[in-house]
Design a protein around this ligand. Sequence first.
Ligand SMILES: C[S@@+](CC[C@H](N)C(=O)[O-])C[C@H]1O[C@@H](n2cnc3c(N)ncnc32)[C@H](O)[C@@H]1O
Length: 202
Amino acid sequence: MKSKEWIQRQNYDFYVKKAKSLGYVSRSAFKLIEIDEKFNLILKSNTIAEFGSSPGGWSQIICSRNHRVKIYCFDLLPMQFQNKKILFHKKNFLEYDFNSCKNYFDLVLSDVAPNTTGHKSTDHLRIMSLVNNIIDISKLILKKNGSLVFKIWRGSKDIELINNLKKNFKTVKEFKPKSSRSESSEIYFIAKGYFRTENTLL
Ligand SMILES: C[S@@+](CC[C@H](N)C(=O)[O-])C[C@H]1O[C@@H](n2cnc3c(N)ncnc32)[C@H](O)[C@@H]1O
């Protein structure tokens, strides 16, 4: 899409306008609102790891819904939203050593997205590679019964991913928020009730 068309679409996008009027730093905030309204995760999670956190729309929602929360945020780009409940790491999460955070988090959230190429299957494989790393990290850092939320762009590796998740989570559901553009292949997965098995590789 040409950058002019993209800007026009953004300008007319209902959620972009709504985000501006409510003071949200990104339209993504609405996706987390919808996820939380359906799956009820934020209030019961006092320790949250957030991957792909910038500019900070999701963090805004979390801070407004849970006053006891501590959020560990990771992004390559700076956060526009700051709050004393947030510990921000401006870092590629793949280079972070999570061994000091074993069994620490109630909830892991990922809105991580790589730069797109426009080639659907390439973009799918690139996001899947990041998400598979997040799933491995989650197995280390989630508490028993913790939850994991992440986004992918749909493609050939979906089924394999869901089957893998089912080995370590009691329930795995998919969810397409209304605020996610209908023409986008973006979909969120909500995995609840983490448990380790003898075969869980850590
Ligand atoms: C869709 S945005 C996240 C929006 C955010 N949820 C919000 O509400 O403001 C995706 C983010 O993933 C980040 N990202 C992509 N690859 C990353 C990596 N390897 N490590 C950390 N952040 C990454 C990008 O820098 C980008 O800010």
